[in-house]
Design a protein around this ligand. Structure first.
Ligand SMILES: CC(C)(COP(=O)(O)OP(=O)(O)OC[C@H]1O[C@@H](n2cnc3c(N)ncnc32)[C@H](O)[C@@H]1OP(=O)(O)O)[C@@H](O)C(=O)NCCC(=O)NCCS
Length: 172
């Protein structure tokens, strides 16, 4: 994958991305909006492990969001199994200095299109925490449809919280 989005790029991971990812990912504001599998604090080893795992996925489905000089975030889709094998969940995060520039909205559009048209998936969904208005807005701007609230569906930072669910489908 190599797609230019103005001055930003979606591309395959490189192990040399680890230092910038470790620096930007070590941010509680990012961790608070992700699952607990995303470490906090986030070390250089965490970044190397994550990048190695992402690079091993074939066909590739997890990509770096980058400038010309460094990786600044991650976006990927995770296909389901069994009857869910034509669906995937999308996930993403971006380094805080780059928030609010439309980068992830454009990245979600590109990756969803790739997943549906190139990888032949039928449905892409996302389940941000209900408090994550920025992520909900990203999904709306990327053409996803709001499906509802998943009540008391997650336990994050010591609290039981709601998630909202959005999807984009091939047919409807
Ligand atoms: C959510 C996140 C990916 C957004 O990335 P981004 O590149 O800044 O997003 P964009 O610039 O494309 O769009 C953000 C939109 O949210 C809006 N927004 C930001 N904070 C908001 C808030 N607190 N309430 C309402 N809207 C908000 C912005 O105004 C913008 O909408 P607009 O274009 O209509 O003004 C980024 O903030 C991030 O990495 N957050 C932490 C990790 C995370 O939440 N990942 C997603 C888990 S589901």
């Amino acid at each position: 994958m190599y797609q230019e989005m103005g001055e930003y790029i979606i591309r395959d991971w490189r192990i040399e991305d680890a230092p910038s990812i470790a620096r930007y990912a070590n941010n509680r504001k990012i961790w608070l909006n992700l699952r607990d599998g995303f470490p906090h604090p986030y070390s250089l080893k965490d970044a190397k492990d994550f990048i190695s795992q992402a690079m091993a996925i074939k066909p590739a489905s997890v990509f770096a969001i980058a400038t010309k000089t460094e990786a600044i975030g991650s976006i990927g889709f995770f296909p389901g199994k069994d009857v869910h094998r034509f669906t995937a969940e999308i996930g993403y995060w971006l380094a805080e200095p780059f928030w609010g520039k439309g980068i992830v909205t454009e990245a979600v559009k590109r990756i969803s299109s790739y997943a549906i048209h190139d990888m032949k998936l039928h449905r892409i969904s996302a389940e941000p925490y209900a408090t994550n208005k920025a992520s909900a807005r990203v999904l709306e701007k990327a053409g996803f449809t709001y499906e509802g609230i998943l009540r008391a569906s997650a336990f994050k930072d010591g609290e039981i919280i709601d998630q909202v669910i959005y999807s984009l489908t091939r047919i409807r």
